[in-house]
Design a protein around this ligand. Structure first.
Ligand SMILES: Nc1ncnc2c1ncn2[C@@H]1O[C@H](COP(=O)(O)OP(=O)(O)OP(=O)(O)O)[C@@H](O)[C@H]1O
Ligand SMILES: [Mg+2]
Length: 399
């Protein structure tokens, strides 16, 4: 089958991307590979939507890894307790083992003696299933030990990726970090990748003396894909599919969206699908695609803004305007943006962080996670996107 008909759009907006459509990350993949195959645990951090989950899947899809290791990927974003963590991990292991047949799954479930009698056969697959309700995990610490022991005894080494790991810090039970750490540090057959976007929470977890995971991993900080790498990548994908795009259009899109992978890919995905045959995508066309995407989200953004206080709204707009905002708790930032007192900024920051509308970086800088919402805000408050382009160019020149 021709690649064009199997994948009608070469710009993937999911995180498990076939190799041919995955942009670069060669150094990062090698580094991650070297660490985990050398038995080290890794902390992988980046702002949201930069490509952490994609990088982990990419590594797991490589032949040398998939043939020699059992790999597991657990996203714990939506979990709130060790019980839910166990459910996610258990289900992932069962899903992976089902490829090896009934006995493999049954063998795993039998190893979980603390859950005895809690399993059933899934009538649709005929496989034993891990349909454990929350109340049914009576001894979570024992169950987690059993799961990890099972991985330790596997006939191949294992790599377990726990995505959105910062979530552990929000669990009500406060000893979960300690429980996991004490087990994980003893494991020899299993390497862990912890990944997440909340740098300040993760750096507390991994780099503060008093926390169980203190200095237990090496860290990889995932930066934007380089512009000089992304531009030819995107241009080639257009070409392979018989379409055309000016490199300037990709460069301008990259700059406008500050290198944030998902937002650029989403724009290219849209431009690719809307570009009329025989036309060449230029900057105006790419930006019109961004406008289109932003207007689809208009209702949602309005709703979010309506749920905020006037102070919080004003702060959102000020951060959006600056792109990455430094020293926001200063008189200077307050005066520059007409934000009133520093203490009111502090309480707005807390509220916006809690609502996950903004993120705090390691240098106490703040930015919006959603770069499309950022552009929407810039426009709502009377700036034009070219303002941002000029600002970026200015920054590049002065850096
Ligand atoms: N190397 C890549 N090549 C092409 N597209 C990519 C690449 N990495 C990421 N993307 C794009 O960016 C999107 C976001 O990637 P991913 O989900 O891996 O980010 P993330 O850092 O895990 O985000 P979050 O913090 O929200 O979980 C993907 O859906 C895909 O569209
Ligand atoms: Mg992710």
């Amino acid at each position: 089958m021709k690649i064009q008909s199997k994948y009608p759009n070469p710009f993937f907006t999911t995180c498990d991307i076939p190799d041919a459509f995955f942009c670069d990350r060669e150094e990062e993949t090698d580094k991650l590979r070297r660490m985990v195959t050398g038995g080290n645990n890794v902390l992988l951090v980046s702002p949201r939507r930069m490509g952490k989950s994609g990088l982990i899947h990419h590594l797991f899809n490589q032949e040398d890894i998939s043939s020699k290791y059992y790999t597991f990927f657990v996203d714990i974003y939506a979990t709130g307790s060790l019980d839910e963590f166990i459910q996610k991990l258990g289900r992932e292991i069962v899903t992976k083992l089902s490829g090896k047949g009934f006995d493999a799954v049954a063998g795993f479930l039998r190893a979980l003696t603390s859950l005895k009698g809690e399993f059933s056969i899934d009538p649709s697959t005929g496989m034993p299933s891990f349909s454990i309700g929350i109340g049914e995990i009576k001894h979570p610490q024992t169950t987690i030990d059993e799961i990890f022991n099972y991985l330790e005894d596997a006939d191949k080494p294992c790599i377990v990726a726990i995505d959105e790991f910062q979530q552990i810090a929000n669990y009500e039970q406060k000893n979960v970090e300690a429980v996991l750490r004490s087990k994980i540090q003893m494991m020899r057959n299993t390497a862990f990748i912890f990944s997440g976007s909340e740098r300040s929470i993760l750096s507390q977890m991994f780099f503060s003396h008093s926390r169980p995971f203190y200095q237990s991993t090496s860290m990889i900080s995932l930066e934007p894909i380089g512009r000089s790498v992304y531009v030819p990548f995107a241009q080639k994908l257009f070409e392979i599919y018989g379409k055309q795009i000016a490199s300037k259009a990709i460069e301008d899109t990259y700059d406008l969206l500050q290198g944030y992978t998902f937002f650029i890919q989403r724009t290219m995905n849209e431009a690719f699908s809307l570009l009329p045959a025989e036309e060449k995508c230029d900057t105006a066309f790419a930006f019109a695609c961004i406008d289109g995407i932003i207007s689809t989200n208009d209702g949602l953004y309005k709703e979010i803004m309506a749920s905020l206080t006037p102070n919080q709204r004003a702060l959102m707009a000020s951060i959006a305007k600056e792109g990455t905002a430094f020293n926001i708790m200063s008189e200077d930032f307050a005066a520059r943006n007409g934000l009133g007192s520093v203490s009111s900024i502090q309480s707005s920051v807390r509220a916006l962080l809690k609502k996950q509308l903004i993120t705090k970086g390691l240098d106490k800088e703040y930015y919006l996670d959603d770069k499309f919402m950022e552009l929407w805000l810039i426009r709502q408050y009377g700036y034009s996107p070219s303002f941002r382009l000029d600002q970026n160019r200015l920054r590049t020149r002065t850096n």
